[in-house]
Design a protein around this ligand. Structure first.
Ligand code: SF4
Ligand code: SF4
Length: 378
C-alpha cells in the first residue's frame, strides 16, 4: 500500500502532491447516531428523511471506480455513528471492501462502542480512527454531545470515550514503529475537535484545547483540530468563536507545538497544523449520491453517483475551476497566504455564493477572507 509518513501525524487524506488525479474521497453512510451534538454538520441523531440513500451495490460501484482511478484514501465523516452496534456489520463490510482494493480508510467515530475485541479486529484493517475529542473531561464531553434545546441530555459517553482511547492505545493504534512498519503511518488514531465556545453557559473547550494538543503529542495521537463548519446544526449552534478569539487560540496552539514539540507550521483557515489541500485531489459524496467538491461545498453539485462517473465529476468544468485555484475575492486576489501557497482558503469557511450558478456565470470561486488575512505586497 502506497503511504507517506509525515513528520507530524495528520489525516491520511491531506498533504498530497498535485498529480492532476483524483486521490481521495469522503463518503457518507446512511446510518443513525445515538448522540446529539449541537454542532453536528450532518444533523446526526435527527429523524432521517424519505429520500432514497445509496445501496451496497452503489458503494461497490464507487469503490471499483476509486480503485481504477488510483484513489488510495477514503474518509467516512461521521454522518451517523459507524460503530453503533446496528451499524457495525455494514461498516466492517465496507472496511474489508476497501482493504481488498488497497484503500486506506479514515473513519470518524465517537468511540463509544469500541471494545477490546472490536479494536483488535479494526487493528488488522487499513484504517485510522478519528475519535471525537472535544474535551478530555468526561462530564464536559457529555455536555458537548447533548442538546438541551431538544431535550437530549447524554450521560456516560465521555467515560466510554476515554475507555476507548485507552483500548485503542493498548491495541497499538498509536504505536509509531508498528504503524510505520505495518501501514506506513506515523499514527492511526486521532482526537478530533473544533475549538468551540457555547453561548449562555454552554460547553467550551477554549481553555482546554492547548492541553488536548499536549495530550495528543505526548501519546502519538493525531491532533485533528479546526473551527466549526457552519453546516447542518453547525450553522445555528452559536459555538463558533469570534475572529479575534480564533486567531488568539490558533497562535497559542502554534506556539505550544513549536516550543514544546519542535513542530513548526503556519496558521491557516482549515486545520491547526496543516492546510486543507482537498481542492486539488478530492470529491465528497452524500448518502443520497450527490457529488461535491468537499464537505463544505454542498451547493456545488458535480453529478450523482447513480448516473455520473467519478472521473467525469472530477473533470466537471466547475470542479476544474476549483482545481485550478481560480479564486477571486479577498483570498484569491489580496491575501499573501493564498498567493504564497500557505493557505488554500476554505470552500466551507471563507467563500461567498459558492454554488453552480455562480461558478458557471463568473468562472471563479468568490472568497471573503478570514482573521488570518495577510496583505499581498503586489
Ligand atoms: S476546503 Fe474547507 S470545508 Fe472543504 S474539506 Fe477543506 S477544510 Fe473542509
Ligand atoms: S484570507 Fe483566505 S487565503 Fe488568507 S489566510 Fe484567510 S482563508 Fe486563507
Amino acid at each position: 500500500m502506497k503511504q507517506s509518513v509525515s513528520s507530524m501525524a495528520v489525516q491520511h487524506g491531506l498533504e498530497r502532491s498535485d498529480n492532476g488525479r483524483l486521490q481521495t474521497l469522503w463518503l457518507e453512510f446512511d446510518q443513525p447516531c445515538n448522540l446529539a451534538c449541537s454542532y453536528c454538520f450532518a444533523n446526526g441523531g435527527s429523524k432521517l428523511g424519505d429520500e432514497a440513500c445509496l445501496t451496497r451495490n452503489d458503494y461497490v460501484s464507487i469503490l471499483n471506480q476509486a480503485q481504477q482511478l488510483g484513489v488510495d484514501s477514503i474518509g467516512i465523516p461521521g454522518c451517523g455513528e459507524p460503530l453503533l452496534p446496528c451499524n457495525q456489520e455494514f461498516t466492517i463490510w465496507f472496511l474489508h471492501e476497501c482493504a481488498a482494493r488497497n484503500i486506506y480508510v479514515t473513519l470518524f467515530s465517537t468511540g463509544e462502542f469500541i471494545t477490546l475485541e472490536l479494536a483488535a479486529k479494526l487493528y488488522e484493517l487499513p484504517v485510522e480512527l478519528m475519535i471525537k475529542g472535544n474535551s478530555l473531561d468526561p462530564e464536559k464531553q457529555d455536555r458537548f454531545v447533548s442538546d438541551p434545546s431538544r431535550s437530549r441530555n447524554i450521560r456516560g459517553y465521555g467515560k466510554a470515550r476515554n475507555r476507548a482511547i485507552e483500548i485503542l492505545m493498548a491495541v497499538g493504534f498509536t504505536d509509531e514503529s508498528r504503524s510505520i512498519a505495518e501501514f506506513g503511518r506515523k499514527s492511526r488514531m486521532a482526537l478530533v475537535t473544533s475549538v468551540m465556545t457555547g453561548k449562555d453557559g454552554g460547553p467550551s473547550n477554549y481553555d482546554e484545547v492547548g492541553d488536548i494538543l499536549r495530550y495528543c503529542r505526548n501519546r502519538n495521537i493525531i491532533f485533528d483540530c479546526d473551527t466549526v463548519l457552519e453546516r447542518g446544526r453547525g450553522a445555528t449552534c452559536g459555538m463558533s468563536l469570534q475572529d479575534e478569539l480564533q486567531k488568539t487560540k490558533m497562535v497559542e496552539l502554534q506556539t505550544i507545538d513549536r516550543e514544546e514539540y519542535c513542530n513548526s507550521w503556519p496558521i491557516t483557515r482549515s486545520y491547526a497544523g496543516t492546510t486543507c489541500d482537498r481542492f486539488k485531489h478530492h470529491l465528497y459524496i452524500q448518502k443520497f449520491g450527490s457529488i461535491h467538491p468537499c464537505i463544505g461545498s454542498i451547493n456545488v453539485v458535480l453529478g450523482y453517483v447513480q448516473t455520473t462517473m467519478l472521473q467525469d465529476a472530477f473533470d466537471n468544468p466547475l470542479m476544474q475551476i476549483i482545481r485550478a485555484r481560480c479564486y477571486g475575492g479577498v483570498c484569491g486576489t489580496t491575501c499573501a497566504n493564498f498567493s504564497d501557497g500557505i493557505c488554500n482558503s476554505c470552500l466551507g469557511r471563507s467563500t461567498v455564493n459558492l454554488n453552480n450558478a455562480f461558478l458557471e456565470k463568473e468562472g471563479y470561486v468568490d472568497t471573503a477572507g478570514c482573521w488570518n488575512f495577510r496583505k499581498n505586497s503586489k
